[in-house]
Design a protein around this ligand. Structure first.
Ligand SMILES: [Cu+2]
Length: 345
């Protein structure tokens, strides 16, 4: 029995590294300097861009992402474990080659968490958690690998199967740690247990200049050792500055930092898909969620709401005590995930 459990633990450890896109259009122009500056304090102050009080830096969300977020919920309810579902085939666990998690196979969006919008030529910045893996910890081969974004290149076209993760469908690629910030600087510090802090990884994705107006479905895929391991699916609504054949597109400025497309405009566009944009999302992203305005009683003051005019110089930004919806800030990779059927026969 002991050896059985050991084998189970080893097996689970090789596939437990995980990450997913938290935000599909993230503005880190203030957050990153804050993270860098606060990391130099003694002791360092951790800035975690994922915490709900930084939600106003996010201007686009993955499918079915909740705002404010709940990473425990997300890690099981929309992050798609490709290794577990695709490559562990067998009679008791037939391969499931879907490209997306079941909750991300339609363009469904939660209230206050709209899809990204952009104009052709814009760049969007995907934000995903390092989760302790930025320096290769707990990743097969000890290399953090790469992240790719796949699409079909035309509006209203879905990537549905992992076989469509091809070079022909590749829109963007970069290192998992290519746009990350982690500390301490010593590269020998590789794990959270050793003191590694890696709260922010990004991938900048440039929209092609000739991109057609409409909703473009995209899949972010983390690949290690040449194999896709995890995916997150999202959409980008592209406003009309393309061909004249496109119908009136949702009103939107071309700035990446612009407010998201109002749901009303998106749903009235002739070519708009039947995605479930909530009517309540007609205004730009709200102020900090109400749960943040009421921090735990022990918190000395309201959380610091990062204002656009805030100085860029690094400063200590105090994170409030976690409120009811705020999950622990320490986010090492989860404990070995439950295997479903391998050992039941
Ligand atoms: Cu992980």
């Amino acid at each position: 029995m002991i050896s059985y459990i050991s084998a189970f633990s080893v097996l689970a450890a090789t596939v437990s590294a995980h990450s997913w896109v938290e935000c599909s259009n993230h503005d880190n122009s203030l957050l990153l300097p804050w993270m860098q500056g606060n990391s130099t304090l003694n002791p360092p102050v951790i800035i975690d861009p994922e915490m709900p009080w930084y939600a106003n830096f996010c201007h686009g969300y993955p499918r079915n992402k909740k705002n404010p977020g709940d990473w425990i919920d997300e890690s099981t309810n929309y992050s798609w474990d490709i290794i577990d579902n695709v490559f562990n085939g067998g009679p008791s666990h037939p391969p499931n080659t879907n490209a997306c998690h079941p909750t991300q196979r339609t363009p469904t969006y939660q209230p206050n968490a709209p899809m990204a919008s952009a104009a052709p030529g814009d760049s969007i910045k995907l934000f995903f958690g390092g989760n302790g893996h930025t320096r290769g910890s707990n990743v097969p081969g000890g290399d953090p690998g790469i992240v790719n974004v796949y699409w079909k290149g035309a509006p209203e076209q879905e990537i549905t199967d992992v076989s469509e993760f091809t070079s022909a469908n590749l829109l963007a690629t970069g290192g998992f740690a290519g746009e990350s910030f982690s500390y301490p600087a010593d590269p020998n510090i590789k794990t959270p247990a050793q003191g590694l802090v890696d709260k922010g990884n990004w991938l900048t994705v440039k929209m092609p200049a000739d991109m057609a107006a409409g909703r473009h479905m995209m899949v972010w895929v983390w690949e290690a050792q040449g194999k896709p391991t995890w995916s997150t699916c999202f959409d980008v609504m592209v406003g009309g500055s393309g061909s004249g054949s496109a119908p009136a597109a949702p009103a939107s400025s071309s700035s990446p930092s612009a407010a998201p497309v109002p749901a009303a405009a998106a749903s009235s566009a002739p070519a708009a898909p039947a995605y479930s944009a909530p009517a309540a999302a007609a205004s730009p992203l709200p102020a900090l969620p109400s749960v943040v305005a009421a921090p735990a009683p022990a918190a000395p003051s309201a959380p610091v709401a990062p204002a656009p005019a805030a100085p860029v110089a690094p400063q200590a930004v105090q994170e409030p005590a976690p409120s009811v919806s705020a999950k622990p800030k320490t986010r090492a990779c989860k404990a070995p995930r439950k295997r479903k059927v391998e050992f039941t026969a």
